[in-house]
Ligand binder design. Structure first.
Ligand SMILES: Nc1ncnc2c1ncn2[C@@H]1O[C@H](COP(=O)(O)OP(=O)(O)OP(=O)(O)O)[C@@H](O)[C@H]1O
Length: 227
């Protein structure tokens, strides 16, 4: 089981009097198949938690582990299948949507026909089957966000961390993206999304709420949603 576990996670930024404690003693465990929402006000530490779970932000205390292996840095975490879709989407603006999805697959050694097949199906999953040949800079913010998600879906990650994946989307595309995230979990991925969107959060299996870096379970994983 590739469970994702954080124990006693603390992250500090800066030094001396300017130091900020962005996360305080956060514990969580997410199993394959589960979709977790991380909620909380702006500046609460949601992105910091995702980056720490991605191995990209070193904790000042505590650990992050995947299936018992401690995550040490972003390169190692990526090699273990931990993917992150950042808030600012991280796409190459002078490449097309399809190139942004297919190039990392080819670089990772996926055979060309498989890489192009996965690219077409991931773009279709986010409703962009007609936009593969468009340059990123020609797409809207919400379309770019969906390309970034398609890139992560095509990678078939073990752990998918998505920062505000529905923030720029209309209701129809939000539902499409939530279905795709659910499908990733059903494929067996661990899926964690940071969100400000209550309607997206309530479609998940659990909600971890952050406030000034302190986490509380609003809805523990494994308990049914109250409607
Ligand atoms: N690279 C950094 N250097 C210094 N401080 C940072 C850095 N990144 C985040 N912070 C600070 O850490 C705290 C948590 O920020 P973070 O981006 O994790 O919050 P967030 O909940 O994701 O906010 P938002 O909803 O606005 O994206 C904030 O006080 C922020 O100013």
């Amino acid at each position: 089981m590739h469970e994702l576990v954080a124990r006693g996670l603390e992250v500090r930024y800066g030094a001396g009097e300017a130091q900020i404690v962005a996360l305080r003693d956060v514990d969580l465990m997410v199993q394959p198949g589960q979709l977790l929402a991380v909620t909380g006000p702006s500046g609460a530490g949601k992105s910091t938690l995702l980056w720490a779970l991605a191995g990209a932000v070193p904790p000042s205390e505590g650990t992050v582990g995947l299936a018992g292996t401690g995550l040490t840095d972003r390169t190692q975490a990526a090699a273990l299948g931990v993917a992150i879709v950042p808030q600012g989407n991280g796409l190459a603006s002078s490449l097309t949507a399809a190139e942004n999805v297919v190039v990392p697959l080819l670089t990772a050694g996926v055979a060309a026909d498989e890489a192009f097949r996965r690219t077409a199906s991931a773009l279709a999953l986010v409703g962009l089957e007609e936009s593969g040949n468009h340059l990123i800079e020609e797409l809207s913010g919400g379309q770019q966000q969906r390309v970034a998600l398609a890139r992560a879906f095509a990678a078939q990650a073990t752990v998918l961390l998505a920062d505000e994946p529905t923030s720029d989307l209309d209701a129809a595309n939000r539902e499409r993206v939530m279905s795709a995230l659910r499908a990733e979990a059903q494929r067996g991925a661990v899926v964690v999304m940071a969100t400000h969107d209550p309607e997206a959060a309530e479609q998940t299996d659990g909600e971890l709420h952050l406030d000034e870096g302190v986490a509380t379970w609003r809805r523990p994983l494994g308990q049914p949603v109250r409607r």
